[in-house]
Design a protein around this ligand. Sequence first.
Ligand code: DX5
Length: 218
Amino acid sequence: MGKLSVSILSADLANLADQVKLVHDDADVIHVDVMDAHFVPTLTMGPIVVAALRPHTDRTLHGHLMVEAPEALFDDLAEAGADVVSFHVEAVDDPAPVIAKARGAGMGVGLTLSPGTPIEVLSPHLEDVDVVTVMSVEPGRADVAFLPEALARVEAVRAELGRRGLPADLEVEGGVTPDDARRFVDAGANVLVAGSAIFGAPDVGSAARELKAIVGEA
Ligand code: DX5
């Protein structure tokens, strides 16, 4: 069963709890884009926002760490109530100890790949993660059109997961819209992350419902 992960980066952050309620029926995951203005130029949010949201949702809270030294945030994110953290393979020398540290903090863990990074770097770690995220935009901004070359990368990672019989979720993030969502599901993604296509829609709830109907078939 596919999952919809709703990114709050494009939500009306002045009314965040109400915005999450609008998507709650269809969101399996609430996706929190943590950016540090170093790994990516933008500065967004961190554990304090996860803590603020925690009492308002029972959905999985997934921190996507677009930061240098992601392990420095694990304890605070766990304390704030994050269920899963993903970090960029490009941000660390060796993902293995960082994966272990996230687990040690009591959270699920994922690896995220920026568009220019060879997918082969994931291979040694696929057994150890709960989710792999293929970025279909350069990290750092919401509301950017997806890069079509991401489709082949999704297919290749799905093939590798299948070849090795691994249960990790395969997630696509960046520029996912209802028009193109099925292409990512057909390529093998079972989780779609979407922000601006939902919170930028005239009817937020129906946009989430539409995307959930598509990914739900995965
Ligand atoms: C980019 C962000 C976005 C976000 C999804 O760094 O990570 O990809 O989660 O936002 P949309 O759906 O607007 O691309």
